[in-house]
Design a protein around this ligand. Structure first.
Ligand code: ATP
Ligand code: MG
Length: 256
């Protein structure tokens, strides 16, 4: 029995898939219609991401059999591979140097904002985002250590459901470090993005080469992050009051 448990683990994720881990393979099995749609969406996004040629070779070969996906099992104990992660992120960041710039307003779908705040605030955000120019690229949308594995001597990125073609990898880059800081400080990202020590720590040689204002990037990242999170729930009406309060608080802080 112990032996079976060692090789066969079953996880139940927030998105209502069973993740069945055998010794060498991992199967994702949806058990509601909406989780089935999420899985189809993830597979589509995974294929687009692979085609984009942006992510080097950071993919696991995933097959899709109607409603079950199957990929090789990687190592998810990522603490010992963090230096490799930093190297991968730096390599991807360097690619941003040559990307065409677009206003953050073109890269973020801010339609949802008008369900959350009044017209004058929406106008303020539109105006501010239209003045921030970021290198355009594809983006994973939720690039954190929990969505990475080690396989075949390299870092693999999984969980492509939030993948976007019209976005910026700079959002992923910031997100990775924001999430790391959240774990260290045990705080919400909506506080971390206003921590000056953290903001300063993001500036390094590569960031300097891209010539980007970190406060502007954090501003655009925060709006993008909030919208991606709300999208996961469907719309503003489906948010719990505590979440709405959190986002309104974030918006107030961004307005200062
Ligand atoms: N190929 C794999 N090899 C090893 N572990 C895996 C693999 N695929 C998934 N896992 C494990 O299952 C977890 C959840 O997988 P994934 O992120 O793809 O699903 P999810 O539905 O988006 O879940 P979550 O909402 O928890 O992010 C991963 O964090 C990882 O620990
Ligand atoms: Mg995940």
């Amino acid at each position: 029995m112990k032996k079976i448990y060692k090789y066969l683990k079953i996880k139940l994720t927030k998105k209502k898939y069973f993740i069945i881990l055998t010794k060498n393979f991992v199967y994702k099995v949806p058990f509601t219609f909406s989780s089935y749609l999420s899985l189809c969406n993830e597979i589509d996004s995974y294929r687009l991401a692979k085609k984009s040629n942006f992510w080097e070779n950071s993919f696991l070969n995933t097959s899709f059999y109607g409603f079950i996906s199957c990929s090789p099992r990687g190592d998810d104990k990522m603490d010992r591979h963090k230096l490799d992660v930093v190297e991968l992120l730096d390599n991807l960041l360097l690619k941003m140097k040559s990307k065409p710039r677009r206003s953050a307003l073109e890269l973020i779908d801010i339609g949802l904002l008008s369900d959350l705040v009044d017209v004058s605030k929406v106008k303020y955000f539109k105006n501010s985002l239209s003045k921030i120019f970021l290198p355009k690229s594809v983006a994973h949308g939720d690039l954190h250590i929990g969505n990475m594995l080690y396989f075949d001597k390299k870092i693999i990125i999984i969980d492509w459901e939030t993948y976007r073609e019209n976005s910026s990898f700079l959002f992923d880059y910031v997100h990775y470090y924001v999430r790391e800081e959240c774990l260290v400080k045990n705080e919400s990202w909506t506080n971390i993005v206003f921590d000056h020590t953290f903001i300063n720590s993001l500036t390094n040689d590569i960031v300097n080469k891209i010539n980007i204002s970190i406060p502007n990037l954090i501003f655009a990242y925060s709006i993008n992050r909030m919208i991606l999170e709300i999208n996961q729930f469907g719309n503003v009406g489906k948010l719990k009051p505590k979440k709405v309060k959190k986002y309104l608080n974030l918006i107030d802080n961004l307005l200062i």
